[in-house]
Design a protein around this ligand. Structure first.
Ligand SMILES: [Zn+2]
Length: 375
């Protein structure tokens, strides 16, 4: 995680970089921001910046061996602690959920507690950071760092510590040399006062609508939609990303409808579908075509490596299965992807979109029917 991957927070990034440049890195920091503000990725980017062996004046290099380990949360001297559930078969220690935590974070660095608890199938079970976890932290932090430099504790959501958190006080007050503890809270008032008073508070500024909108546009969202999402989500980038995925869901609905009319060779249905997409903004049309390309790549990979290795929505999975059953081979999928990709350029060159989508539909219908142009 590099600073450049984090939305907004420029003044905080600046402050953190200065702390490193001036050799004034505090040993215990409390990053305080609301949900979706980016506290967790910022904490990780800060640790990575400190550890980067080839850092610049504004960011970590992203390429040295330390940076590479950070990209998968696999640096051996960085310990993560976060809320987990009590399970009769598994001690409530973060380390027992580390694999899931890495996967969730890699999937979405703007993870929130709801998604996290869903990811570990917590159901109605209460999550917390337990006394056992606190003792495990003390044990780990007192070990020497494996690589001879700094070691870190990054605790996500210390508000999930009960009174047990007081077990950590001595460690926070007198940590071993070259230890940095970063706590990331979304609810500062619920953090133990004893921990509040022993950590250096860094308040994260709220994200601006423009910052969120720009980040969404960089992710391929159309400008108007990006601004709408930014306004609705009020500085919560986690929510903005979720809203963006809803947009993608509408791509899925369009794709499913398209396949239905094409497979059944439903002429009026095809025309209606074309009219509907031709009215959408160009950016949405291009995104839809990119989505078709991605789905065809997924289809090919499903055939090659099996669907369990792909992270697809079950509905998308079901549609691809259906296509495979209807004898859409890798070659056909590849051809459809090629047609879709070609038409992205056609739209960029201001082609008439009704004609683009109509002729694309006929091409794909022919591929389905085995009347391929290329094969
Ligand atoms: Zn680096």
């Amino acid at each position: 995680m590099q600073f450049k991957n984090i939305v907004g927070l420029d003044s905080t990034k600046h402050h953190l970089i200065n702390l490193v440049a001036q050799d004034r890195i505090p040993h215990a920091i409390m990053m305080n921001g609301h949900k979706g503000n980016g506290g967790l990725p910022l904490a990780i980017a800060f640790a990575q910046y400190i550890m980067c062996t080839n850092k610049g004046t504004t960011d970590a290099c992203g390429e040295c061996s330390n940076c590479l380990k950070f990209s998968k949360l696999q640096h051996i001297d960085v310990h993560y602690s976060f809320p987990v559930i009590s399970d009769p078969d598994l001690e409530p220690l973060s380390v027992n959920y580390l694999k899931e935590f890495r996967a969730s974070f890699v999937k979405n660095a703007y993870l929130d507690i709801t998604t996290w608890l869903d990811d570990i199938e917590a159901g109605n079970k209460q999550a917390n950071i337990s006394a056992k976890e606190c003792r495990d932290i003390i044990r780990k932090i007192q070990l020497r760092s494996f690589e001879g430099g700094y070691k870190f504790l990054i605790m996500w959501l210390p508000e999930f510590l009960g009174k047990e958190g007081n077990i950590l006080l001595k460690l926070i007050e007198e940590p071993p040399a070259q230890t940095v503890m970063i706590f990331v809270t979304e609810n500062y008032d619920n953090v133990l006062g004893t921990i509040q008073s022993r950590t250096q508070l860094i308040n994260l500024p709220p994200l601006q609508d423009a910052e969120i909108a720009n980040a969404l546009i960089a992710n391929g969202v159309a400008e108007k939609t990006a601004m709408q999402i930014a306004r609705i989500t009020e500085g919560n980038y986690t929510q903005a990303l979720q809203a963006m995925h809803h947009e993608e869901e509408s791509h899925f609905a369009m794709f499913r409808d398209w396949l239905n009319v094409l497979f059944t060779n439903n002429g009026p249905g095809i025309t209606n579908w074309v009219m509907a997409i031709a009215e959408k903004p160009k950016e949405t049309q291009k995104q839809y075509l990119s989505y078709v390309v991605t789905m065809m790549e997924h289809l090919i990979r499903t055939k090659w490596v099996g669907k369990e290795n792909l992270l697809l929505h079950p509905e998308e999975d079901a549609v691809l299965e259906k296509m495979i059953l209807k004898n859409i081979t890798e070659e056909k999928a590849n051809e459809i992807a090629q047609f879709a990709a070609d038409n992205i350029y056609a739209i960029e060159r201001n082609a008439n979109t009704k004609i683009v989508f109509h002729s694309l539909s006929l091409q794909v219908k022919d591929v389905f029917a085995g009347k391929s142009l290329y094969l």
